[in-house]
Ligand binder design. Sequence first.
Ligand SMILES: NC(=O)c1ccc[n+]([C@@H]2O[C@H](COP(=O)([O-])OP(=O)(O)OC[C@H]3O[C@@H](n4cnc5c(N)ncnc54)[C@H](OP(=O)(O)O)[C@@H]3O)[C@@H](O)[C@H]2O)c1
Length: 416
Amino acid sequence: MSRLRLSCDPLYHIGRRPPVLSEPVGVVLLGATGSIGTQTVELAERYPDKVRVLGLSAGGRVDELSNLVARLERAGAAEAPAVTLAYDDSHRRAREDARLSRNLLPSGREGLLELAALPGADCVVNGLVGAVGLEPTLAAAKAGRRIALANKESLVVGGDLVRRAVVQGGADVIPVDSEHSALAQCLAGRDPDEIESLTLTASGGPFRTLSAAEMSTVTREQVLKHPTWEMGPKITVDSATLMNKGLEVIEAHVLFGLPYSRLDVVVHPGSTVHSLAVFRDGSVMAQLGAPDMRVPLLYALGGERHLDLETERLDLAVLGELHFEAPDPERFPCLRLAREAGEAGGTATITLNGANEAAVAALLDDTLAYTDIARVIEGALEALPAVPVDTLEDALTADAEARRVAETLIKETFGA
Ligand SMILES: NC(=O)c1ccc[n+]([C@@H]2O[C@H](COP(=O)([O-])OP(=O)(O)OC[C@H]3O[C@@H](n4cnc5c(N)ncnc54)[C@H](OP(=O)(O)O)[C@@H]3O)[C@@H](O)[C@H]2O)c1
């Protein structure tokens, strides 16, 4: 049998399940106050025998963080966990909070990196949003943790760096993104040689059926209304532009090692089929389920085992049919831009991500129109030709440069 070549070493260990950790699994939760974070807290509350939260981080939401700690302690899933906040003013407020002040780490980057490598922890759930998630992923990888990775930006910005750190620390990365979790499930027990291609499903977002003219007048509120998933604001905007799928194609390339030519996207508005693997004999394996992020989260926390979870069960007879269609690259240029950046490699995916983060922030501030997001990203990619990335400093410099160029474009060319 001739070999189908992988284009890089897969970060995810196809065909090998990570070891069973003794329960309860000691978990550090980065981005605890967000959508992924609170759903992880919910799981820990329900299963304190399986999950024990040793540390939590938040950006600025002090009261929410304190409430999460209270909930976990009431449920017997934590006891004076270590906590940190991103911003100094929030950190100062946390010092006044009876629950948070007991085990408060330094603020900002320092606290986040300390938490990511917290001694005694088995697993780090990275639910941070944006490129800020990269360094904690690297710290957790070097410390040899199981990383339940929701923060796809870590792999878009620092795929090679994460791969090296995982090897160095003997860590395991298990994807939490529902599509990549689905693919990991389809590939369980397989040899990488058996895979012909992978297909990621995309809901198509709220503007799937709008014309280009209609898209040019959508409001921020319309962008923030996702048809099937309830998520944080940044990924919700990314889902509306299909940049989320673009980032996920890059994430799939890093995780599974396949060249971009063998990574496909199909629009599937119901979000029932979470993704599909095509094998060399034409067999297709798909993973299906009701859209519920707790399923991939628990699968990752449990070391890729299907554990008990009370969730909505899929009733195919009630569902009746599944609908699929091809994505439209004209109306959704972000998908094309992401693929091109992935193919270009080096700093191109960092530029794509940094410019996208700047553009999304501007849309959320009501200073950029939805259809200008792709224009800002394309402008940044044109202004900053791709160069190789060898070190973390290279990546951070490229990220800062991308944001600077994008912010100038937003202010001087496109912004409201
Ligand atoms: N939500 C989903 O269903 C879903 C599904 C698949 C993948 N993902 C991925 O998971 C990640 C998290 O998404 P999300 O929807 O959970 O995001 P989110 O709801 O916006 O939560 C983000 C978390 O990160 C914290 N944070 C934000 N900026 C920070 C900074 N500069 N430094 C430190 N902490 C910071 C926030 O803290 P504060 O709120 O306290 O400021 C919050 O705890 C993203 O990469 C996303 O693409 C999410």
